[in-house]
Design a protein. Structure first.
Length: 266
């Protein structure tokens, strides 16, 4: 099998570079101050189960085989839910890649505040200071929030995953194997930066070449459906939330914080 036969008319997306993300990082700042249009028809859109739209996955924070954590996060739920429009967009991506034997695999979508608080307030600061004890105060907070948004119940400044408009995902072959992306999910280091492999000069290893191609494929598939990606996380995409609105130049976001009553909580 050749690359062309494996990826068909999508093979070109594996060769299309992801733009360097420095400008995106600059525009990402202060996105939670961006307006939310509460009068928009989509503002009150319901949360739906992604599985009802043919989207597979497993909630990473409810699992226990979930490096680098290796434990269920307090308050985690097994459910994978998101806004209806976002689910429909994911379904269209799935339909596009299904003939290749590929599908999306979701790690996380709508996220409880308790989970957000644990990683923002406890896990991430602990890990960062373990690696660099000199990190304190504002420097520590800024580094934490490169990857974990501060939890809040404020309707006008929610964390992205609290809106139902953000999703963490990857690709998966029909046999269950996941194409190599260059890092594990939630590798909250520079290894996960969306443009990390685009910046390498000189000869790449076969592993890096494959990861770069797979990141490109996922990136352009999602961009093609109108999503915007987090510059420091190859797996994170959003549509309709404040980050998406600020990065795309939309007049306002559609989604604010939304509640979900899970059937089972961890």
């Amino acid at each position: 099998m050749t690359i062309a036969s494996a990826f068909g008319d999508l093979a070109g997306l594996r060769e299309r570079p992801i733009p360097l993300q420095d400008d995106v990082r600059a525009r990402w700042k202060n996105y939670r101050a961006y307006p939310i249009d509460k009068s928009h028809a989509l503002h009150g859109e319901s949360l739906v189960a992604l599985s009802d739209h043919g989207i597979a996955g497993e909630n990473f924070y409810y699992a226990t085989r979930n490096p680098p954590y290796w434990q269920r996060a307090g308050g985690a739920i097994p459910d994978l839910v998101a806004r209806r429009s976002l689910a429909e967009k994911l379904a269209r991506v799935n339909a596009r890649i299904a003939p290749l034997g590929l599908a999306l695999h979701v790690f996380d979508s709508w996220r409880p505040t308790a989970v957000q608080a644990y990683f923002h307030d406890v896990w991430m600061p602990r890990e960062l200071t373990r690696k660099d004890p000199t990190l304190t105060g504002e420097r520590l907070r800024a580094e934490v929030e490169r990857y974990w948004a501060a939890p809040t119940d404020k309707a006008d400044a929610p964390a992205p995953h609290a809106t139902g408009g953000a999703v963490d995902l990857t690709l998966r072959w029909a046999d269950g194997e996941m194409p190599w992306m260059g890092s594990i999910f939630d590798d909250v280091t520079a290894a996960a930066h969306r443009d990390r492999l685009e910046k390498i000069t000189g000869e790449l290893s076969y592993s890096d070449e494959e990861a770069r191609a797979n990141r490109r494929l996922l990136h352009w598939l999602m961009i093609g459906e109108g999503f915007m990606g987090h510059p420091d996380e190859w797996w994170h995409f959003s549509w309709g939330d404040q980050a998406w609105a600020k990065l795309t130049g939309a007049p306002a976001a559609y989604y604010g914080a939304v509640k979900f009553e899970a059937k089972t909580a961890g």
